[in-house]
Design a protein around this ligand. Structure first.
Ligand code: ATP
Ligand code: MG
Length: 327
């Protein structure tokens, strides 16, 4: 039985990129492996916002995990801040990580352009992410493509700690899907779809209504050509639609390309929108039921206990190995 860990930030509402690149792939693991799925609320603090909004979004995100198929009887679902081991281990690991290697993280370069106004939390967040994973002795981490570099860092830090202090950490493996690992923005297919994008035209959320989904797909930016071909370099917009369609329908990209040959972009856009609407419908229904039932608080309280139990020993070993005395 492998240990599986993954997390999502409670910023904004999850979009189809988060679902197709990550969340959807969590579900099969819970049938055979020991899974920890986390609402990474501490990460959401890196870009300061309204505390009331964060409180609400954290609960909503937990409900979305379950609505998408995470079963709290099979997997541990919890809020990151409810297990203080994460924040404590992050400090310890910050004293192992190097300033230079954090400066090379491309996400920081993208999000943290203006270094005067950016928080230091945004800079050190990959270290927190590393211990999120390492504290659970994780073997496999299902994530989207944008997290590949952060996973590399987690592996490097685990190896360095093991060498420098004591062999404590398992070296985790990223699990990145072949299709859908990098869903691009509908308004700009050169950049990834993102919760924190500056315009809602960029993404389709998991809770979006049918009319709005159809409108956004119809307006999706594509090239001015007419040929349907999978070519993310030259035809980023069309390739993005094909990827989305492929993951939601389970049909391969070559088959879709053949089917839409000569039909024009309009058809592909509308059919992709409809396939997305069908996929989201049951998720939205379960989400609204859950939010009304009020079950989510109990689930998260139980998850917090299990998460704390799972990491207690590793954090203790980490402190001891570094020379901290415990009374
Ligand atoms: P933010 O802009 O707040 O960072 P985000 O959209 O990048 O939001 P995260 O919470 O950082 O979302 O990431 C959650 C998971 O979703 C990660 O595994 C990440 O790799 C994956 N993911 C994020 N964006 C995409 C995308 N466009 N396509 C596929 N997977 C994605
Ligand atoms: Mg992100």
């Amino acid at each position: 039985m492998a240990r599986v860990f993954s997390g999502m930030q409670p910023t904004g509402v999850l979009h189809i990129g988060n679902y197709l690149g990550a969340l959807k792939h969590f579900i099969p693991y819970q049938e055979k492996d020991e899974c920890f799925f986390c609402v990474v609320d501490l990460h959401a603090l890196t870009i300061p916002g309204d505390p009331e909004v964060l409180r609400r979004k954290s609960i909503e995100l937990a409900a979305l995990y379950i609505a998408a198929g995470v079963d709290p009887n099979k997997a541990t679902l919890f809020l990151q801040s409810n297990n203080s081991a994460h924040a404590e281990a992050a400090w310890l690991m910050q004293c192992v990580a190097k300033f230079g290697e954090l400066g090379r993280m491309t996400q920081f370069k993208d999000k943290g352009q203006d270094s005067e106004s950016v928080t230091t939390g945004l800079f050190t967040y990959p270290v927190l992410m590393a211990v999120d994973i390492l504290l659970y002795k994780t073997d496999e981490v299902p994530v989207g493509e944008d997290q590949k570099q952060h996973l590399e860092l987690a592996r490097d830090l685990a190896e360095r700690f093991n060498r420098q202090y004591k062999e404590i950490f398992t070296i985790p493996e990223p699990r990145i899907p072949d299709t859908g690992a990098r869903i691009m923005g509908l308004d700009n297919p050169e950049k990834k779809m993102s919760k924190s994008a500056s315009t809602p035209a960029n993404y389709v959320t998991l809770l979006e209504d049918e009319k709005s989904i159809l409108k956004k797909f119809k307006r999706a930016v594509t090239d001015s050509d007419t040929e349907i071909r999978f070519d993310p370099e030259q035809k980023a917009g069309i390739s993005n639609l094909l990827s989305i369609m492929s993951v939601v329908t389970g049909r391969s990209i070559p088959i879709l390309v053949k089917e839409y040959q000569g039909k024009g972009y309009g058809h592909l856009k509308v059919d992709t929108a409809e396939a997305v609407i069908e996929t989201l419908r049951p998720i939205q229904q379960r989400y609204h039921q859950l939010m009304q039932s009020g079950e989510i608080e109990d689930i998260l309280a139980q998850g917090a206990v299990k998460a704390r139990e799972a990491t207690h020993e590793t954090l203790g070993k980490m402190k001891d190995a570094m020379g901290l005395v415990s009374f």
